[in-house]
Design a protein around this ligand. Sequence first.
Ligand code: ATP
Length: 202
Amino acid sequence: MEKIGIFGGTFNPPHVGHLNIARTFAAEYGLDRVLIIPTYVPPHKASPGLAPAAARVEMCRRTFTDPVFEVSTIEIDRKGKSYTYDTLRQLKGMYRCAKFYFLCGDDMLMSLHRWFRPEGILKYCTVVASVRSDKLDLSDLEAYAKEFFPAKYRCGRIKFMPIKPLELSSTEIRTKIKNGESVEGLVTKDTFDFITSEGLYL
Ligand code: ATP
């Protein structure tokens, strides 16, 4: 059975922290492919300085270049609010025999109870959560899962992936660019070239 990973985000812009966690995810779970899904309109947070969808897709293509990655425009093509539940239902229809793993950082996991149909999400896929800084560890994530989704936690629908986090956010990158600081090394070389040539986030 094909094992498909899903990694969604605003990716405004995608950075090496994203790449680090996605690579670990693919290797740890032996995934056949990882779909990288840029969000059309983020339902969980306000997005100041959001680059156009086409630019975020292009930056994802320039960041996630390993053969296991595939950039999907499923949410951008659907338009409107990008609910993970809708995306998973659509993917289930497209890949009938696949097993799905959904990757998220600590901030995303710990708001799962406020997402649209979280129990439905956990029916469609296994959520794989990881920390994105040293401020939290996996036991904090486990405590959250036990409290909010005890039954799904017990049957292993929420998993915890150890990584050495690269503490970095897209916000930090946008701020640096606005302040005239270099972001070389925080995004891939090809993404850096695109940001520079398009004059993004100035
Ligand atoms: P912003 O600063 O604009 O809020 P972000 O850096 O949080 O952006 P998103 O595109 O919102 O990036 O994140 C997509 C997914 O990647 C989320 O699940 C998030 O938790 C995870 N993520 C973001 N940065 C890291 C990181 N440095 N390490 C691990 N996971 C990360």
